[in-house]
Ligand binder design. Structure first.
Ligand code: PGA
Length: 255
């Protein structure tokens, strides 16, 4: 049985006062989260603040990025172990903005995935195709290449304590969302690939959808059999929208 997970990716947004107001608003609705796990991903510099604000509650703190190296002489980097020390339970890895804007290759993403798990945290591995790749019929190939870069390095059992997020790049921050059945198709491909290696790991693996998820489209996405929650960017900065998405996940049946 897979518990739904709704994670908010704040990206490079926030200030202490705004963060406090956002968390305050979320916590006011916390009792209604039901069977849904809720994580928020603040910028690294605010992880400690957010961890302090949620420590007696139900919200988990997610890092947005971790270094591909352990602690050492790497000016400006933040290690997975530091994120763990500050109260994170999980870290995003391979987000398309990291891949495209910061040049993170599949190999770097895999390296980071390993460091995150070694620090005792859950990697949320983001995969997804660009519009050009979709139009060229390469969606499946791209997504599986990104997934297998991790699976072939660490083995399928590494996915027992990981989450996968399918985020078509063309749907991120654009207002364009994949149609529920379009997203479902890719989620199914991911689960089938994992299942061909280990059926139990596949059936327990949470696969989130991300890309312009909002209150208005969340229910239809969550109704899909292989969509186990959402990675939400823009709408996670608006309390009412984010809470409405969480509620939709709660209504969308626990399988
Ligand atoms: P979006 O971002 O919801 O603003 O499209 C999703 C993400 O990048 O994780």
């Amino acid at each position: 049985m897979r518990r739904k997970l709704v994670a908010g990716n704040w990206k490079m947004h926030g200030r202490q006062a705004a963060n406090e107001a956002l968390i305050g608003g979320l916590r006011a609705g916390e009792r209604d989260f039901g069977d849904v796990d809720v994580w928020v991903a603040p910028p690294a510099v605010y992880v400690g603040q957010i961890a302090g604000l949620v420590e007696d509650g139900a919200i988990g703190v997610l890092g947005q990025n971790a270094a591909a190296v352990d602690d050492g002489a790497f000016t400006g980097e933040v290690s997975a172990a530091m994120l763990a020390d500050m109260g994170c339970c999980a870290v995003l890895v391979g987000h398309s903005e990291r891949r495209s804007l910061f040049g993170e290759s599949d190999a770097v993403v895999a390296e980071k995935f390993g460091r995150i798990q070694a620090a005792g945290l859950v990697p949320v591995l983001c995969v997804g195709e660009t519009l050009a790749e979709r139009e060229a019929g390469q969606t499946e190939g791209v997504v599986l290449r990104q997934l297998l870069a991790v699976v072939e390095r660490f083995g399928v059992l590494s996915l027992r304590s990981a989450v996968v997020a399918y985020e078509p790049v063309w749907a991120i921050g654009t207002g364009l969302t994949a149609e529920p059945d379009q997203a479902q198709q890719v989620h199914e491909v991911i689960r089938a690939e994992v299942s061909s290696r280990d059926a139990v790991v596949a059936s327990d693996l949470r696969i989130l959808y991300g890309g312009s998820v909002k209150a208005a489209n969340a229910s239809a996405l969550f109704a899909m059999p292989d969509i186990d929650g959402a990675l939400v960017g823009g709408a996670s900065l608006k309390v009412d929208e984010f809470v409405a998405i969480i509620r939709s996940a709660g209504e969308g049946s626990v399988r």
